[in-house]
Write a protein that binds this ligand. Structure first.
Ligand SMILES: [Zn+2]
Ligand SMILES: [Zn+2]
Length: 333
């Protein structure tokens, strides 16, 4: 008898610098094999920044990673989430229950609440946006089935004890970390900056391997917000960046620049596609931008991003949309 076992990573812990441990936690997502949580020494315990996705057995992976660096869930004195995506907030319930700690997170977390409080309505809304964007009906049916099977990745809703807005300070043995609101990737996104040591906990705002994602539909212009957030982080002049996925990196400014360049290149590609082929649906722009059509795997990732690019181009006056029947098409302004 033969069968294929999907090889999954195990939770792993390692020291980044004295007093900071990276907890590498497995993810079930194609192309994104893990996410990072960070434990930072604080008095007789640690502050935990982010906590990984919830799925069967996932809390044991976090415990395993912590055990490897000599700490336990009961040592967590405070949980700070950089944003309300499932891979950063999903296990908040388990961490808070095991440790009795507080949770601090930014209040613009409606994008997460919608999928927890009424998952069916949230899914319907996403499907409606996809349909408006020109996605064919057969594809929509298949996507809705796979989305239902996937679940939210969040154990349950935990109310934050404190609103993580700009200026809030998180005390650790390495000194105070100051919160900087950095919306764009998600409306609830914040970075944390330790100025004396020039450290930046960047969540998904800055990643070692440049990879963009933006939540669509919660704020007027996620790309514009992201670019403003890049400027704000650039001004901090951080030396070492601890990111939500992948290894930490030192050339922070170069990463900011690379993000700006990639956003500019994507915007130009979308603008050119609309100018050449408009009126055109978002669905038909996808292969012009990414070189292949949307699939079940890429739909939840590429479509919101593309809609954000279109929104930014509309806000800056480069394109306009018109809705005929129920389908939205884009043309050059
Ligand atoms: Zn994220
Ligand atoms: Zn993430």
């Amino acid at each position: 008898m033969s069968f294929i076992t999907r090889r999954r990573e195990l939770g792993r812990g390692e020291r980044v610098v004295p007093g900071i441990w990276r907890l590498r936690l497995p993810l079930p997502w194609p192309g994104v094999p893990h996410c990072n949580a960070y434990a930072v020494a604080a008095g007789d315990g640690v502050v935990l920044f982010d906590c990984g996705l919830h799925e069967p057995g996932s809390l044991a992976q976090l415990e395993r990673a912590m055990e490897q660096v000599g700490i336990a869930l009961s040592d967590v004195r405070l949980l700070v989430c950089t944003h309300a995506h499932s891979d950063h907030y999903g296990q908040a319930a388990g961490v808070v229950e095991a440790s009795g700690c507080e949770l601090w997170m930014h209040p613009a977390d409606a994008h997460m609440r919608a999928s927890i409080e009424d998952p069916e309505a949230r899914l319907e809304h996403s499907l409606e946006i996809a349909r408006q964007s020109g996605v064919p009906l057969e594809a929509l049916r298949a996507w809705s089935a796979s989305a239902r099977a996937r679940g939210s990745g969040i154990a349950r809703l935990v109310e934050p004890d404190r609103a993580l807005v700009s200026g809030v300070v998180v005390a650790t043995d390495l000194g105070p970390w100051t919160v900087l609101e950095t919306p764009g990737h998600a409306p609830s996104h914040v970075c944390l900056h330790q100025p004396e040591r020039r450290l930046l906990l960047s969540g998904d705002h800055l990643l070692g391997r440049i990879s963009l994602y933006f939540d669509f539909g919660w704020t007027p212009d996620p790309i514009g917000e992201f670019l403003t957030s890049l400027d704000a982080v650039d001004a901090l002049d951080a030396r070492l960046c601890l990111s939500g996925h992948g290894r930490s990196f030192t050339d922070v400014r170069a990463h900011v620049e690379a993000n700006r360049a990639l956003v500019a290149a994507r915007l130009e590609r979308v603008r050119a596609a609309v100018a050449e082929h408009g009126p055109i649906t978002a669905y038909d722009i996808v292969p012009l931008l990414y070189g292949e059509q949307l699939t079940q795997l890429t739909a939840g990732w590429w479509l919101p991003k593309l809609l954000c690019y279109l929104r930014h181009l509309a806000v800056t006056g480069a394109v306009v949309s018109s809705t005929e029947g129920k389908t939205e098409r884009w043309t050059a302004a």
